[in-house]
Design a protein around this ligand. Structure first.
Ligand code: GRF
Length: 223
């Protein structure tokens, strides 16, 4: 961002649009949401949710983190944050369904109500979806339905879109397809690389994920 003027920098920092913007205040009198996290990567979203809880912005508690990759950085992060963690290595299971069955059992053992996929890089099956029907959320680094799948950021750059962003949505069988809860828009800059764009998208992911969890829970309880 070296070539931006101060005015452009200022516009950029204020130009992220989040929708819906009216998130009702969290009901701290209600029992905390019991979250089960699923992650495969660095875990920055897990940490953002943990901070939102610690700061009283999200009335929830983290029951357990399931991760599938023994070398994922999220494991060390969970350790530092004091989050219970369970490694379920997908290579140890004969099928996607068998892995999901192990995830369901782990979540149930830890008394989880809501499953939060925070950078989970495996396709999930009906086994998980049926066990937590309407209570599984995912975050994706694009404005869905544009650019579903594992290469959203590269595809946004290749398509030449000028605005992309991130989406929190309900999980359905078809990848990155469920009903949208919240989105944040992020401008694409002329010199963006996948790394620089992802960094700016992640700033917004960390803002909207805790808000979207609260909103989804509110909507679910209102049903
Ligand atoms: C995020 O960009 C998310 O949108 C995608 O995976 C990434 C996970 O990042 N599904 P982190 O591990 O939370 O840092």
């Amino acid at each position: 961002m070296a070539d931006l003027t101060a005015a452009q920098e200022s516009l950029l920092s204020s130009s992220s649009l989040i929708s819906p913007i009216q998130v009702p205040a969290d009901h701290h009198s209600a029992p905390p949401l019991k979250l089960g996290l699923m992650a495969s990567g660095s875990g920055s979203n897990v940490e953002a949710i943990a901070h939102a809880i610690a700061e009283g912005k999200l009335n929830a508690q983290m029951q357990v983190l399931v991760y599938n990759n023994p070398t994922a950085k999220v494991a060390a992060r969970a350790e530092r944050l004091g989050i219970a963690k369970v490694l379920l290595n997908h290579r140890d299971y004969p099928s996607r369904e068998a892995l999901d069955q192990a995830i369901v059992e782990t979540m149930q053992q830890h008394d989880v109500d809501w499953v939060i996929m925070a950078g989970w890089m495996r396709i999930v099956t009906q086994v998980l979806i049926d066990a937590f029907s309407g209570r599984i959320l995912n975050i994706h680094p694009s404005l869905l339905p544009s650019f579903p799948g594992a290469h959203a950021i590269e595809q946004a750059l290749a398509a030449g879109v000028k605005i992309t962003g991130c989406t929190v949505h309900h999980v359905e069988l078809k990848v990155d397809s469920g009903p949208i809860i919240m989105q944040a828009a992020v401008p694409v800059l002329p010199d963006d690389t996948p790394e620089t764009l992802h960094q700016r998208i992640q700033v917004q992911e960390h803002r909207i994920f805790p808000l979207a969890i609260a909103l989804a829970a509110r909507q679910y309880q209102g049903k």
